[in-house]
Write a protein that binds this ligand. Structure first.
Ligand SMILES: Nc1ncnc2c1ncn2[C@@H]1O[C@H](COP(=O)(O)OP(=O)(O)O)[C@@H](O)[C@H]1O
Ligand SMILES: [Mg+2]
Length: 264
């Protein structure tokens, strides 16, 4: 169930002075922000600006060189991710968090059935009734517009758009409070992208999900996010409400980005 006990004025995720170096290269520099329950934040910037590195630090997959990420656990306590035990971290990944990869092959098991891909997340949180797992998986397939008679087919037989929708179903079935998405529409045809974005937008709103979406595509930020952070060379150079930043960008770099002059 979505946790309604946490007041929306208390941040869900807090990043403080995050930096990451790979040797002499500074991929992220001194990044701080707060994400509130139900809020969608887009991280935009050209390729190499540090977006994926930041997302990996936010989702506890990469240790920051300096700085901290804290997350408000279901008991309401804000915890430093670096101080969590392995079991607590795994619990977050299985229940409270979702992670949508650009490449569905990284987020799905390509050789097992779609139903098993979704059902697996439920079993990981203790569901053990086969019929209920199958019914829930099947209803999630419909919600992401996959025909229920494809439930026994493996995602390697699916199209790119279907794979991405399946990845979304697999993540959402445990009703996470926070979704991380790295270029969720990246590898898809333009018409398929538009449909997927529409679907994502509906689900995020309906479920009251908080999300951090990394994208180099400002149309994705425009459609999905409340707030946007613009990155350049590992720094956040501009941040604000999405419509304000995209309609009236202050920084010259953001102006170039909005005018689509920079390479993706
Ligand atoms: N594992 C790594 N080892 C060394 N350099 C890396 C690694 N991952 C990313 N980088 C470098 O860090 C910078 C930021 O990369 P990344 O976070 O992937 O940017 P983006 O997602 O915005 O394209 C780039 O210069 C990239 O080459
Ligand atoms: Mg990236």
């Amino acid at each position: 169930m979505l946790d309604r006990t946490i007041p929306a004025d208390q941040p869900l995720l807090v990043a403080e002075h995050l930096s990451k170096s790979y040797g002499r290269l500074q991929a992220c520099r001194d990044i701080s922000f707060k994400l509130y329950p139900g809020e969608v934040l887009a991280i935009v910037g050209e390729s190499g600006s540090g977006k994926s590195t930041l997302l990996q630090m936010l989702s506890a997959q990469l240790a920051p060189s300096t700085g901290t990420v804290s997350y408000r656990m279901r008991d309401g306590v804000l915890r430093d991710l670096a101080a969590l035990g392995e079991a607590e971290r795994r619990f977050l990944f299985r229940t409270d968090w979702g992670y949508v990869h650009q490449d569905p092959a990284q987020g799905l098991r390509m050789a097992v059935s779609a139903g098993a891909n979704v059902g697996e997340r439920l079993m990981a949180v203790g569901w053990n009734h086969y019929g209920k797992i199958r019914d829930t998986a099947s209803s999630w397939l419909s919600r992401v517009e996959i025909a229920q008679d494809r439930i026994d087919d493996a995602p390697r037989t699916y199209s790119g758009g279907m794979r991405q929708r399946l990845q979304i179903a697999r993540n959402l079935v445990t009703e996470p409070r926070l979704m991380f998405m790295d270029e969720p529409t990246g590898g898809l045809d333009v018409s398929v992208q538009a449909r997927l974005l529409d679907l994502l937008r509906g689900l995020v709103t309906e479920l009251g999900l908080a999300a951090v979406v990394v994208t180099h595509d400002l149309a994705v930020a425009r459609l999905l996010s409340h707030r946007v952070m613009v990155m350049q060379g590992g720094r956040v150079i501009e941040t604000g409400l999405t419509d304000q930043v995209l309609d009236d960008p202050h920084e010259p770099y953001t102006q170039l980005l909005v005018a689509s002059i920079l390479p993706a």
